[in-house]
Design a protein around this ligand. Structure first.
Ligand SMILES: Cc1ncc(COP(=O)(O)O)c(C=O)c1O
Length: 413
């Protein structure tokens, strides 16, 4: 840990929030987390002290095909020889936009940004301009943006900026209806994530009846449906678009995280119905036209299709979940896996609260498997069968020793 500790001390001096972020890890058990990473290959991470980890967290979403996937890297490298941010757009940007329009339905136009927040904030601005209204509804504990309208960290955000955002309870049609009634007449958009996980909450997929309610409430109120697929995009449906999985036709859809396999690209896309509004707003960014990132994104889509990445990620998620549950049963430890196979979470023990989840995650990290106690895993298509077997073996050891010892010592579980 010598180099990590040194880097940690340096980071705290120059990166605001570095020490607070450490506090947010919330657990003495996570002192082994690889906070400073030297390199990443396929599904393996090596930290600055030379420790290797099988990466089940995928950089919290972006690692889709495997870190530094050769096809994506080659495409980026080819474009790098021609230029990256060049003032005018590169051909590849147009090719990417055309691909997205052909790929997703109902999509007739595309905005390209860098972070998911660029895309969701752009979507909201389009919705506001299209409807001539100002308010937006989001789910309690949903994370859509770092920007003032939706950040979950209130410090430094003036009340009027937050005041236009109201909340409903995810998967609760009654609460959505009440929230719509509350802001009646001024609702620009209902924002929905296909996959929801608030801090310390279990992940949930939007239920068919709730999706129906969103559709109904949007029609009733005249608001647009903005589907925020920044987190779940590429992980819930073979096309990459989760709205095809949950069964809704959004007016505007946002992608980010995984679409360029680790490079900074986000996408907001919509149909011709809202095209005039999209044309009318100004929303600029110095690096929004980065050709290298766009080449990586286009190649990520092609590789995802040609290598059957979605099916593989689903299979990996199912194998992990079956293997881990069996390992827990063998050690007489209760577990439950929630979420979606590609984005799932292991809950350990019967006791309320995440205590044993922390014990389990810390034990796995000590054994060289990167997993998080309060966030879902993100499978990447590069995880091999041999690595899955290793994860399951280490899980068995962790349940039989670390978790069993805690259960015995504290009479929890
Ligand atoms: C559902 C969702 N939307 C938007 C964002 C914001 O994306 P970014 O952090 O790239 O700005 C996130 C980030 O975690 C997210 O999970």
């Amino acid at each position: 840990m010598a180099r990590a500790a040194l880097l940690g001390a340096r980071a705290e001096r120059v990166l605001p929030g570095a020490s607070e972020r450490k506090g947010q890890m919330l657990s003495q058990f996570l002192t082994h987390l690889p906070r400073y990473v030297a390199r990443a290959d396929a599904a393996l991470l090596t930290d600055v002290d030379g420790r290797e980890f099988i990466d089940l967290m995928g950089a919290y979403g972006p690692n889709l095909l495997g870190h530094r996937h050769p096809r994506v890297e080659r495409a980026a490298e080819r474009q790098r020889h021609n230029g990256d941010t060049m003032g005018g757009l590169g051909t590849v940007t147009i090719e990417l936009a055309e691909h997205v329009v052909d790929r997703f339905d109902p999509v007739d136009w595309v905005f390209l940004g860098k972070n998911g927040s660029d895309a969701t904030s752009y979507a909201l601005r389009v919705a506001r301009h299209a409807t001539g209204r100002s308010r937006v509804l989001i789910a309690e504990a949903a994370y859509h943006t770092a920007h003032d309208w939706g950040t979950m960290f209130p410090n430094g955000v003036p009340e009027p900026h937050r005041g236009l955002t109201s909340r409903y309870v995810y998967n609760d049609a009654e609460s959505l209806r009440a929230a719509v009634d509350d802001v009646s007449g001024d609702l620009a958009a209902i924002m929905l994530t296909p996959f929801h996980q608030g801090f310390y909450e279990r992940p949930q997929v939007a239920t068919p009846s709730f999706v129906q309610a969103v559709h109904h409430e949007a029609l009733r109120s005249g608001a647009l449906v903005v589907l925020d697929d920044v987190r779940a995009g590429m992980r819930m449906h073979p096309s990459g678009a989760s709205h095809e999985r949950i069964g809704i036709t959004p007016d505007i859809v946002c992608f980010g995280k995984a679409v360029a396999n680790g490079r900074a690209v986000s996408i907001c896309a919509g149909s011709d119905e809202v095209r005039e509004a999209a044309d009318a707003i100004g929303y600029l960014g110095t690096f929004f036209g980065s050709s290298v990132a766009h080449a990586a994104c286009l190649e990520t889509f092609r590789t995802f299709d040609e290598e059957g990445a979605f099916g593989r990620m689903l299979e990996i998620g199912e194998r992990l979940s079956t293997g881990i549950c069996q390992a827990a049963r063998d050690a007489d430890i209760a577990v439950e896996v929630t979420g979606y196979p590609t984005m799932a979470m292991v809950h350990v023990g019967h006791a309320p609260g995440p205590y044993l989840d922390h014990v389990w995650a810390a034990g796995m990290i000590r054994r060289g498997v990167l997993i998080h106690p309060t966030l879902a895993w993100y499978t990447c298509a590069a995880l091999t069968d041999a690595q899955i077997d290793i994860v399951v073996e280490r899980a068995a050891d962790c349940f039989a020793t670390d978790v069993a010892a805690e259960v015995a010592a504290r009479h929890v579980g």
